[in-house]
Design a protein around this ligand. Structure first.
Ligand code: TYM
Length: 343
């Protein structure tokens, strides 16, 4: 692990959304395309995380492969040896390090994780896996000494938890782990001044999420492009009748401005300025709807052209390489906690 590592993962338990694409995929893929000579890029599918909430196991294997193909369709260059694409469950060090980290993690700290509280609040069948999920995520990151971890705003607390456990282990056992950069530096590195949170189109006070009650507010990467454009046209706005970026007072319009900027690859400020004062929401929505439609056509065409055999070969090559890298970190930790002889 000579180059600094940039790492992220996206679960494969359902169809991915535009929120996943912008929050988890685009930042790392953009970096992979332009800076893979400076950084090692790790893009992986946290398949063990996929069933922290109930899932259809008969579909899971195929969904994992499909997710790998989505990364390639989104532009991840896989013919580059600094770029790794792998499945978490194929590198057993992830599970092994999780157990060790579990035993150094306080129950109280874990109970304060807001995503666990949100996802478990109205459910009866909450698994220990859901509770433990941030520890597995910390293992995913620490095994490779990742410095930058692009994630959406909903994962910020888990990233902070990762930094926290790494620092605690380092204090106790000496320099075991590379601590990922603080969240603010992460945002600056990926060109945001704050975490990204794409909102639901129908209820723009909620995060766009694959588990939303209604699909009307969620754009899936597999949506029919014209149906997705209609979802944009139906997005909830407000009665102010002028386009402005004000997430508190005008959450729907602000969300569409953000989506438009990301799709155009332009700074948000430029898009805000271009639309400032526009009074006809219909015209503005129709521009964003066209952007969404065109993006999905391009993305789905690219997905149809991804060769599955090439993706499987890349997965296998990366998994072999990652077993070596992750195995080295795991061994250091095993030595530190007394499971293996000291060097
Ligand atoms: P997951 O699979 O729920 O989501 C994948 C990525 O998508 C981001 N995201 C969003 N970003 C902006 N707006 C939204 N509406 C939105 N919805 C989702 C998420 O923040 C995430 O970046 N625990 C992780 C997966 C994981 C991981 C890791 C990530 C496991 N191990 C190690 C990084 C490093 C998760 O469940 O993400």
């Amino acid at each position: 692990m000579t180059k600094p590592v940039i790492l992220t993962g996206l679960r494969a338990n359902n169809d991915l959304t535009l929120g996943n694409y912008f929050g988890g995929m685009l930042p790392i893929i953009d970096t992979a395309k332009t800076r893979s000579d400076e950084y090692q890029i790790n893009m992986f599918i946290p398949d063990l995380h996929s069933f922290t909430t109930p899932t259809d196991h008969s579909q899971l294997y195929e969904q994992i492969l499909q997710t790998a193909k989505l990364f390639v369709a989104a532009g991840l260059p896989i013919d580059n040896e600094n770029i790794h694409l792998y499945r978490q469950s194929h590198v057993s060090a992830h599970s092994e390090l999780t157990w060790i980290l579990d035993c150094f993690t306080g129950f109280g700290q874990m109970s304060r994780m807001t995503q666990f509280k949100d996802k478990s609040s109205d459910k009866d069948d909450v698994s220990v896996g859901l509770f433990n999920y941030p520890v597995l995520m910390a293992a995913d990151i620490l095994l490779y000494g990742a410095r930058y971890v692009p994630v959406g705003d909903d994962q910020t607390q888990h990233l902070e938890f990762t930094r926290d456990i790494a620092e605690r282990m380092n204090t106790r056992f000496g320099n075991l782990f590379t601590v990922p950069e603080p969240v603010k530096k992460q945002h600056a590195f990926f060109g945001n001044d704050q975490g990204l949170r794409i909102m639901d189109l129908v209820d723009p006070t909620r995060k766009m999420s694959k588990s939303a009650n209604s699909e009307k507010g969620v754009i899936f990467l597999s949506d029919d492009p014209s149906a997705a454009a209609k979802k944009v046209m139906g997005a909830t706005t407000d009665d102010k009748a002028f386009v402005a970026f004000d997430p508190l007072e005008q959450p729907g319009i602000s969300n569409l401005l953000q989506i438009s900027a990301l799709l155009a690859g332009e700074p948000l400020e430029t898009v805000i300025e271009r639309h400032a004062g526009q009074t006809r929401y219909g015209d503005f929505k129709s521009e964003v709807a066209t952007q969404v439609n065109d993006f999905l056509i391009r993305f789905q065409t690219s997905l149809a052209n991804v060769d599955e055999a090439t993706v499987i070969k890349k997965l296998e090559q990366s998994e072999a390489a990652m077993n070596i890298q992750a195995g080295e970190t795991l061994y250091k930790v095993q030595q530190a906690v007394g499971l293996r002889p000291k060097a």
